[in-house]
Design a protein around this ligand. Structure first.
Ligand code: UN1
Length: 498
């Protein structure tokens, strides 16, 4: 086929060069809006390729670790400048690889820019602490040092922002990196490697290896020279990875699934609550760990809320993700399509009622794309699978509550503990909610989505394990404090004080 013959082949990024995998095998990725369109041919790497990448990272470590942090920050600033120039090209690649609508893709690139902006400045603030000693003419101080070679494993749903929010702090702290992007979104990651190389990052400091998680990822997170692992992906993969990686005494952070709820009380601004629910449930087709997948509505406003919600959902435009007018593009892959349609069948079988959507959509000219209508299920009971399992698709479960206490009980009745949102104008209710919800991030009168780069980010329960990401938390994760005891008395110490 012509399209195959003209498809470009991309190497791994190892030691500052584009190199083919040792197996010589490649695989192709496709545009989920037009599955006939091949995006590129990528290396189906093997554990040996991982070993090569780790060796390159280890070789680059001494020099990068010894580079003063403000100079490392300056490289991030250069990357920021170049990303700003290439923003539109990055957004288009992102839309082609994931099906994310172009307006959201631009937003994701902005988020990556924000990460670089924040982390570049941290280079001039990468100080430690001075701590008084109980002895005269003694001082204790700390210095931040890199961990060594770190492994980053990133998902397909934010293939620019998530690699960036792991890569930038890892580099800033003086580590060298091997990044393994999701199998379906390797191009964004390779473009990030290219961006940093152009920004002056020395060869071998950032390496990218493409290929399947089972072999490439597993070798990477258990490699004896890898000192820390930062993972974002499913709870299933993350739980297994956490055990394997931490068994080698590596520092590990896992950012995983969610089943986030948005609660609507009778005194809420209903229009705002509807808008937040729609954005949260259907933005990027619900394929976000921060998506709103349950809405818990007080029975006093249930009818009014649902009427507005359904009207708004039916008006959503599902279509070509390159079209700036589109609200929803396709799901990211055939596997996602199958999973989401499977959950629609589960919801029906459990006796929940479809208020909107519930089927595949075939937009004109994109009939083969993985499109699904935004779907709302009413009459969902807290213990149904629809209310318990992460769907990671545009499927919203509507539950009803009689008061704040019951709403909190429903929110907390979940294996996951990532985010929750509350819509109310009662400040006391808002504070009681934040006191008692068993999640790691709460939004009052704001959608469950997102997070700003300067604040900590991460979940609890099945949503997160280990350390938080972003903001200062990312610096803590990717660096280690060296504690220095300094005695400048020049005198022999009384043994009683040691
Ligand atoms: C966002 O929803 O804005 O994989 C970011 C995820 C999260 C990141 C979400 N780790 O969906």
């Amino acid at each position: 086929m012509l399209v195959q013959e003209t498809t470009r082949t991309y190497g791994n990024a190892i030691g500052g060069r584009w190199v083919p995998g040792r197996s010589g095998e490649t695989y192709t990725t496709v545009n989920p809006a037009r599955p006939g369109e091949v995006i590129g041919r990528f290396q189906r790497s093997t554990p040996e390729d991982v070993d090569d990448a780790v060796a390159a990272a280890a070789a680059a470590l001494p020099e990068w670790a010894a580079t003063p942090p403000p100079r490392r920050g300056a490289v991030l600033l250069e990357a920021w400048l170049r990303l700003r120039e290439r923003a539109e090209a990055f957004a288009e690649t992102l839309t082609r690889e994931t099906g994310k609508v172009i307006t959201d893709a631009r937003g994701e690139v902005r988020r990556a820019l924000n990460v670089l902006e924040f982390m570049a400045g941290e280079g001039r603030r990468l100080g430690g602490e001075t701590i008084p000693s109980e002895l005269p003419q003694n001082l204790i101080f700390t210095r931040r040092r890199p961990l060594g070679v770190v492994a980053l494993i990133t998902p397909w749903n934010f293939p620019i922002a998530i690699p960036m929010w792991k890569v930038a702090p890892a580099l800033l702290c003086g580590n060298t990196v091997v990044l393994k992007p999701a199998t379906t979104t390797p191009l964004c990651a390779l473009r990030i490697a290219e961006l940093f190389a152009d920004a002056g990052l020395p060869p071998g400091v950032l390496n990218v290896v493409t290929g399947p998680g089972g072999t490439v990822g597993d070798r990477l997170v258990t490699h004896p020279q890898v000192r820390a692992v930062s993972f974002t992906g499913s709870t299933e993969v993350g739980s297994a990875l956490y055990g394997r990686a931490s068994a080698g005494l590596r520092r590990v952070q896992c950012e995983m699934g969610g089943k986030n709820a948005l609660v609507v009380l009778p005194d809420a601004d209903l229009d705002l609550a509807v808008e937040a629910t729609v954005q949260g449930a259907f933005g990027f087709c619900g394929q976000r760990c921060t998506a709103t997948s349950r809405v818990v509505v007080h029975r006093a406003v249930r009818e009014a809320f649902l009427e507005r919600l359904v009207a708004r959902v039916r008006a959503l435009r599902v279509g070509d993700p390159m079209d700036p007018q589109a609200d929803m593009g396709p799901l990211a892959s055939a596997a996602q399509l199958e999973k989401v349609l499977g959950y629609v069948a589960v919801g029906r079988a459990e006796g929940a009622r479809v208020l909107a959507g519930g089927e595949r959509v075939r937009p004109a000219g994109l009939e083969e794309g993985y499109f699904v209508a935004p779907t709302v299920f009413d009459g969902v009971q807290p213990r149904m699978r629809l209310a318990q399992e992460e769907i990671f698709g545009p499927v919203l479960a509507v539950l009803t509550c009689r008061d704040l206490d019951e709403a909190i009980a429903i929110v907390n009745d979940s294996a996951y503990g990532f985010k929750a949102a509350l819509y109310t104008s009662d400040v006391n209710a808002a504070m009681r909610f934040t006191d008692r919800v068993d999640v790691a991030m709460v939004h009052i009168n704001a959608p469950t989505l997102g997070g700003e780069v300067q604040a900590p980010f991460g979940g609890r329960k099945a949503s997160g394990a280990g350390w938080k990401e972003q903001g200062r938390a990312a610096i803590e994760f990717f660096s280690e404090e060296l504690v220095v005891y300094m005695d400048y008395t020049g005198a022999r110490r009384d043994a009683r004080f040691i």
